[in-house]
Design a binder for this molecule. Structure first.
Ligand code: GLN
Length: 454
C-alpha cells in the first residue's frame, strides 16, 4: 500500500520519510513464527505501525523533518519505540513532520510536505501530518505522534482519524527529541477509538528514564473504550467550552460540533456550557513559552555533536563560524523564526515582560481548567476552527497558521489529556471533535469518545 500511494515530495501522500521494508518483513516473520510455536503474544503483536520521525530508532534514521539531522541514525530507541518492539508491533518506518515539530501543516518539513489523502491539494495538518495521513490513506493501521500544541489532535481532525495527547507524564519522553520539554507528549494515533486505546496501553506507563514520567499506574484506557462503546453515558457531565466553540470557527465545523453534542445528550450525558475566561490568552502565552524552550533545546544542534556540519572555506575557521554556517544551512525558516523569538523573549530586560507574563497566563489557564473540572467530567470543543486548507495558503502568514491552534494549545499548557475523533464532514472534508479531561483521567476521553463514535 505504501508503494502504491505514498510517492515522494513531488507527488503522492508522502506520509513516510523512511520505509524499513526489509526489517519490517523480517520482524513480521518472527512474530508469525512465535505464533506458530504457540507463544503468548499481546493483542497488537504483528500489527504494522508508523512512528513520527521525532522518536529515536536504532537502525532507522531520525531526522525530525530537518536537514540538521539528515542521515543521523540514533544509537538508542525511544522508550515508546522499545515498548512497541516488546509488544510485537512491526515498525514500518518513520513518518513526515514539520521541522522539529514546529508547524500546523507539515509544509515546514525539509523533505517536502505530506498531502491530505482526502484532497491532495490540501494540508493534512501538522506537525504530525505524516502520522495522520498514513492512517487516512490506509498505509498503516496505527501510528505514533507527538503533541506539543496539537500536533497529534489537529492532524487527526483534518484527516478524519483519531489521535490522543496523553496526560503530561503519561507516556515517556525518553528518546522523543525535545521541542518544548514542558509541553511535549508522545501519543497514539489510529482510525478508531478502541485501536487508539490499545496502542495507548502499549506505550503508556511509568518510565524511570524520564524524570517527568508519572510514577503511578496508567488509567485503563482499553476498558474505558469498551465501556463507552455501549453508547451509554448516563451520569457523565460534559462541558462545552464557550470560548472555543463560537467566533472564529467555520460554520460547517460548528454544525458538526453541535451534532456531536446532540449525540452526547442522547447517550445520557448531562451537557452544560462552561467558561474558561483566560483561555483566550493561551495562544499568545504558548507562542512565547514554546519558542523560549525550543531556543534552548535546539541549541544542541551546533554542528559539533550530531548530523550536519558546515565548515566555511578558508584558514583559521573558528568553532563559532562552524556553528553559524551549520545553523544557517541546517535550520529552515520556521525553526529560525522561533529560535530568534525565543532567545529574544528570554533575554535580560525582556524576560519578565514576555516569558514571565506567559508563565503567569499559563497558571491562570490551569486554574480555569481546575475550576471547570470541578463542575464537569470532560470538556468538548471542535479540535480546529477550519477544515483542511490548501497547501501554501498560510505558509507566508505565520500568525494565521498559529491561530489554527487556538483550541488544542490550552491542554498542553495545563498538561491535560485530549482526544480528537472524527465527527463528520464539512464541504467533503473531515471535522474533528475534541474531548479534554483532567490530568491522569485519560480513560474518560476513551469512554466518551467511544460513545460518540458508535
Ligand atoms: N502547531 C503547533 C506549533 O507549531 C504544534 C506543535 C506541536 O504540537 N508539535 O507549535
Amino acid at each position: 500500500r505504501i508503494a502504491a500511494v505514498d510517492g515522494d515530495a513531488d507527488g503522492g501522500v508522502h506520509a513516510f520519510l523512511h520505509v524499513a521494508a526489509d526489517s519490517a518483513l523480517a520482524r513480521a516473520a518472527e512474530i508469525d513464527a512465535a505464533r506458530g510455536r504457540g507463544e503468548e503474544l499481546g493483542p497488537l503483536a504483528g500489527v504494522p505501525i508508523g512512528v513520527k520521525d521525532v522518536l529515536t530508532t536504532i537502525g532507522q534514521p531520525t531526522t525530525c523533518g530537518s536537514r540538521m539531522l539528515e542521515g543521523w541514525v540514533p544509537p538508542y530507541d525511544a522508550t515508546v519505540v522499545r515498548r512497541l518492539h516488546e509488544a510485537g508491533l512491526v515498525v514500518l518506518g518513520k513518518t513526515n513532520m514539520d521541522e522539529f515539530a514546529m508547524g500546523s501543516t507539515t509544509e515546514h518539513s525539509a523533505f517536502g510536505p505530506t498531502r491530505n489523502p482526502w484532497d491532495a491539494e490540501r494540508i493534512p495538518g501538522g506537525s504530525g501530518g505524516g502520522s495522520a495521513a498514513a492512517l487516512a490513506a490506509f498505509e498503516a493501521p496505527l501510528t505514533v505522534g507527538s503533541d506539543t500544541g496539537g500536533s497529534i489532535r489537529q492532524p487527526a481532525a483534518l484527516t478524519g482519524t483519531v489521535g490522543v495527547k496523553p496526560t503530561y507524564g503519561g507516556v515517556s519522553r525518553y528518546g522523543l527529541v525535545a521541542l518544548a520539554s514542558s509541553l511535549d507528549q508522545a501519543g497514539p494515533c489510529a482510525r478508531t477509538v478502541l485501536d487508539t486505546a490499545l496502542l495507548h496501553a502499549v506505550i503508556g506507563g511509568h518510565d524511570p528514564l524520564d524524570s517527568t514520567s508519572i510514577p503511578a499506574p496508567a488509567p485503563d484506557v482499553v476498558a474505558a473504550a469498551r465501556a463507552g462503546a455501549t453508547g451509554d453515558l448516563t451520569g457523565v457531565r460534559v462541558g462545552i467550552v464557550r470560548e472555543l466553540s463560537g467566533e472564529g470557527y467555520e460554520a460547517g465545523v460548528l454544525q458538526r460540533f453541535e451534532e456531536s453534542v446532540a449525540i452526547l445528550r442522547e447517550a445520557g450525558a448531562e451537557v452544560v456550557e462552561v467558561s474558561l475566561p483566560n483561555i483566550v490568552h493561551a495562544l499568545a502565552a504558548y507562542y512565547l513559552i514554546l519558542p523560549s524552550e525550543c531556543s534552548s533545546n535546539l541549541a544542541k544542534f551546533d554542528g559539533m555533536r550530531y548530523g550536519l556540519r558546515v565548515v566555511p572555506e578558508g584558514d583559521g575557521v573558528t568553532a563559532e563560524q562552524v556553528m553559524r554556517a551549520t545553523r544557517a544551512a541546517g535550520f529552515g525558516d520556521e525553526a529560525k523564526r522561533r529560535i530568534i523569538l525565543g532567545t529574544y523573549a528570554l533575554s535580560a530586560g525582556y524576560y519578565d515582560a514576555y516569558y514571565g507574563s506567559a508563565q503567569k497566563v499559563r497558571t491562570l489557564v490551569q486554574r480555569d481548567f481546575a475550576a471547570a473540572f470541578g463542575q464537569v467530567d470532560v470538556l468538548v470543543s471542535p479540535t480546529a476552527p477550519t477544515v483542511a486548507y490548501r497547501l501554501g495558503e498560510k505558509l507566508d502568514d505565520p500568525l494565521a497558521m498559529y491561530a489554527g491552534d487556538v483550541a488544542t494549545i490550552p491542554a498542553n499548557l495545563a498538561g491535560l489529556p485530549g482526544m480528537s475523533l472524527p465527527c463528520g464532514l464539512s464541504d467533503g472534508l473531515p471535522v474533528g471533535l475534541q474531548i479534554l479531561a483532567p490530568q491522569q483521567a485519560d480513560d474518560r476521553l476513551y469512554r466518551v469518545g467511544a460513545a460518540v463514535e458508535t
